[in-house]
Design a protein around this ligand. Structure first.
Ligand code: 8YV
Length: 317
């Protein structure tokens, strides 16, 4: 029977489904695979269901030689922790879970946008500290989102879901920067570069996949192009934003605020960022809802099932 490693704790229904199809070894733990465990996953199993933090770099594949494993089914849409070219060279297919993550991730973008623009994190800390002196007409004034301009950096599935929420829900004007012109069912202006987009909007949302090309795409220069009243939101991957430059921009008032769900070196969040009142910080909650994680798990298992049945795999990357 096909041997599958499930590398991380998952919703029970997903594990049960996988057990119905395969000889499953279930590593019911929250921490990523160690290097030895990655090598064992490649040598001792036909395939593995892996996720964020399981760092299958080129070095792991070269040490593994000719692996037994033929597929890594990633639980998540982002697969920047896997060197896909090296995996393919070692004879492995990589799959992911697009679609299942879209709405939940867009919702977290809106959560961060509202929290950052309306100073909700700061307000909650004020109430909890016992320091709130009572309502007054000019207390904690934030940025009113209705009618403002939102810039989507990366207009893929998640970017479009965010843009739709902004346009239809908040009456915002949408602009975007993307490698290709998109056909959209709502009005949106395409900007020529991240800098041009940054300069044109009140809220800039990072929604591009992580890759060597997008590393530090939101640079000190892009931040400097933003308005001092503007907010940056990142729900993609931490290293797309130059975190040190962001901290400097928030400290100096180059931008008004930031809402982050992801960090350059997760789970490490720099002290300087923790100290900033104008930063809203979430612990990578993008898809953190049971039914979403179940859908992601079902997609990952469906990729494994199709692969071993010799059928076309639904979500190859
Ligand atoms: C996942 C995500 O929950 O799907 C993604 O790429 O960023 C998340 O929301 C997690 O990162 C697993 O990939």
């Amino acid at each position: 029977m096909t041997r599958i490693l499930i590398a991380r704790n998952l919703p029970e229904s997903v594990v049960a489904e996988a057990r119905g199809l395969f000889d499953v070894t279930y590593r019911d733990r929250p921490d990523p695979l160690s290097r030895d465990e990655m090598l064992e996953a490649l040598a001792g199993y036909d395939g593995a269901l892996v996720t964020l933090g399981d760092a299958f770099g080129a070095d792991v594949f070269s040490e593994a030689g000719t692996p037994r494993a033929k597929i890594l089914a990633n639980f998540g849409v982002g697969y920047n922790h896997i060197d896909v070219a090296a995996a393919k060279a070692a004879g492995l297919m990589v799959t992911n879970t697009p679609g299942a993550v879209t709405d939940a991730t867009a919702d977290i973008a809106m959560t961060l946008m509202l929290m950052s623009c309306r100073r909700a994190g700061e307000g909650e800390r004020l109430v909890r500290s016992g320091g709130w002196q009572g309502w007054h007409p000019v207390q904690m004034l934030g940025l009113h989102m209705s009618g403002k301009r939102v810039g989507i950096l990366g207009m893929g599935r998640i970017g479009q879901a965010i843009a739709r929420r902004c346009h239809f829900g908040f009456g915002m004007e949408v602009a975007y920067a993307s490698r290709s012109e998109k056909t959209l069912d709502f009005p949106a202006t395409r900007c020529a570069s991240p800098e041009a987009l940054a300069a044109a909007v009140d809220v800039l949302v990072v929604s591009v996949p992580a890759s060597p090309e997008t590393h530090h795409l939101v640079s000190a220069g892009v931040l400097a192009a933003m308005q001092p009243t503007a907010h940056l939101i990142n729900i993609a991957r931490g290293d797309i934003v130059d975190e040190a430059a962001l901290i400097a921009a928030l400290e100096a008032g180059v931008i008004a605020g930031a809402g982050l769900d992801v960090y350059e070196h997760e789970p490490r969040v720099p002290e300087a960022l923790l100290a900033l009142e104008n930063a809203v910080l979430l612990p990578h909650l993008g898809t953190a809802a049971l039914e979403v994680r179940e859908d992601m798990g079902r997609m990952a298992v469906a990729n494994l099932r199709a692969f071993f049945a010799g059928e076309p795999v639904p979500n190859p990357v």
